[in-house]
Design a protein around this ligand. Sequence first.
Ligand SMILES: C[S@@+](CC[C@H](N)C(=O)[O-])C[C@H]1O[C@@H](n2cnc3c(N)ncnc32)[C@H](O)[C@@H]1O
Length: 312
Amino acid sequence: MDEQTVQNFWQQHACGDAQVGGLWDRFQGDYEQFFSDYDRFRYGNERHLLACLDALNVAGKRVLEIGLGEGSESEQLIRRGARWTGVDLTEASVDRVQTRLALRNLAYDDLRQGSVLDLPFADNSFDLVFSHGVLHHVPEIKRAQNEICRVIRPDGELVIMLYARWSLNYLVSIALLRRGVLLAAALLTRAGMTSADRAGGMLAGHLSNAQKQGLFNYLKLSNFVHSNTDGPGNPYALVYDRPRVERDFSSFRVRRMYKRYMHAPPLPVHRLPGERLLGWHLWVHLSPVPAGGATPTASRPRPGRPFTGRGS
Ligand SMILES: C[S@@+](CC[C@H](N)C(=O)[O-])C[C@H]1O[C@@H](n2cnc3c(N)ncnc32)[C@H](O)[C@@H]1O
């Protein structure tokens, strides 16, 4: 899986756009109305989000946000007093966020199109790096975490949201329900009792994927998960638990993890309790690992770079 494929997907499927009908399809390019409706939908649905942002205490901090989507959290971080910089892989997202922040007259430090694999910022630039719903879509995650570690201050914090492995969505909806429905639909299609066209919507996308990749290959859970988090066209997604976080973010130490957001489509579970146990969004707070047991504020070697002993 290469970054170009991931970039093409997000460029063509601006994150969250379809959830409110589309900036161009439904809102005919009325950005203000689109952003208002999108945020109302988002914060009505993901009801934990604003409180989680409050708890980050970003006022006065130099914050880098990686992977911006429609820029809802970008706006919220700036409104909470962050000295904000943003980066996204796609022109589509950067354009939308730039337009949003201009419309709302919000000042910020910097906004760039770029990749987490090659961040266009100097070493030790940020107090806090925030990335919501992005890093589980990055195939070269080791390289990404090296880059984040390079730009974050030694006493800084990384806060990320990753999809949770121990969630109702992964264990029940994706692993059992969706695979079962697809298997049944594929067998009915083979028997000539239905077709991808008649199935329509997401199911048609999955039937077409299964045809291209081979049904049983596509149904392997490690494969199926990619196309079951952000639509059947999504090329890459992982689910995380603590061991995988520790393995993939080895330049950091996990300080805190918690789950939020009951979400397991097509099951109507949004209003059910249990998000702390089986929620889909795994929030993780991490600190850079100091060199050789030094204090977090001391200088440390940068991954992949020679250690010069230079102070930060
Ligand atoms: C699922 S959306 C999440 C957006 C937003 N943070 C949210 O929660 O709605 C993923 C975003 O990350 C961006 N992205 C994906 N891979 C990236 C990378 N390697 N570097 C920077 N941004 C990336 C995509 O362009 C897209 O805007």
